[in-house]
Design a protein around this ligand. Structure first.
Ligand code: SF4
Length: 311
């Protein structure tokens, strides 16, 4: 289904998280009113997924949420609505409102499940609270997307893996979709001030790819699809980044790291058989995946290459 995204930048966020500036991330300054969304949607001929991103949708007043949701009635038959929101903004009234609409997915900005990381980032909830919300959403049969971050202040690879296990325990066998966002330092944010003071050290591109790769492998083992790694590239984002693992192909590099981990699980030195469609994960980006495989096994690049068979 086609998707139309509307950015409600930082609209109704209960607080400003230390790393966030949605205008810089999306490049959108104007927040569309419901009537503007409606005029963009009503001309469409095919079913569409209307997406409200960049803010805390369920923290809006019920009347405003309803105004944005009602637009679905003007969209072609079969259309759905998806939004991102803050985990604390759910109550009986919100659930009763959402029950009237074809909600395809609720994306929760979770960041981390570690309380000290959440406190530092000014998220405003505990790990336990967000797990309760996820469990409730799944019990109410909503499809849930969980946005986690890596490289936050005080966060470690081990704590990220622990977060995935905690998530797995509350899903009760239901699927959740993950988006993994490496923490970037944007101009004018609290995180930039921490960087200047020396109290925050961002990840390198290499470290972020490795961390995200380990997460992807773990997510695969737990049965969670990973929908995306890294933010969507925009001119505004590029010009707002002060520091951090910004790379247009970070998602690919992370998937290369994950594939190498899978191969090493299968055999310590190869040979390995991989589907041709995964070729670029080893040979792309100047043989990024092959080089990691070579470093991890201690086998020279030339011999490693001979040990890769395509099927
Ligand atoms: S990270 Fe999410 S909740 Fe925090 S300020 Fe940004 S949009 Fe709002």
């Amino acid at each position: 289904m086609n998707r139309r995204a509307f950015f409600l930048c930082n609209l109704s966020c209960p607080r400003r998280c230390i790393y966030c500036d949605q205008e810089a991330i999306t490049g959108e300054i104007h927040i569309p009113e419901p009537r503007e969304v409606e005029s963009a949607i009503e001309q469409l001929k095919e079913a569409v997924e209307i997406c409200y991103f960049g803010g805390s949708f369920t923290c809006l007043s019920l009347a405003k949420q309803q105004a944005y949701l009602d637009i679905i009635s003007k969209a072609p038959p079969g259309s759905q609505v998806r939004f991102s929101t803050h985990p604390l903004c759910f109550d009986k009234k919100v659930f009763s409102l959402l029950g009237n609409y074809p909600v395809s997915m609720i994306e929760l900005g979770v960041s981390s499940l570690e309380d000290h990381v959440l406190d530092t980032c000014r998220r405003g909830y505990s790990g336990k609270e967000v797990l309760e919300v996820i469990s409730l959403l799944l019990k109410k049969d909503f499809r849930v997307g969980v946005q986690v971050m890596i490289g936050l202040p005080g966060q470690t690879i081990e704590s990220s893996l622990d977060d995935l296990e905690k998530l797995e325990r509350v899903t009760g066998g239901k699927e959740i979709t993950l988006r993994i966002y490496p923490c970037l330092v944007l101009k004018g944010t609290q995180l930039e001030r921490m960087l200047v003071k020396g109290t925050y050290k961002p990840l390198s591109v290499q470290k972020a790819a490795e961390w995200a790769g380990i997460m992807i492998k773990k997510a695969q083992d737990l049965g969670f699809p990973v929908q995306r790694v890294g933010l969507q590239e925009t001119a505004s984002l590029s010009s707002s980044i002060v520091a951090g693992p910004h790379h247009p192909a970070l998602g690919e590099l992370a998937r290369s790291e994950a594939l190498v981990l899978v191969l090493l699980d299968l055999s310590a030195k190869g040979p390995w058989q991989i589907p041709s469609r995964q070729r670029s994960l080893l040979f792309g980006h100047n043989r990024y995946g092959l080089k990691i495989l070579s470093e991890s096994t201690g086998v020279c690049l030339e011999d490693i290459e001979k040990n890769i068979l395509f099927c």
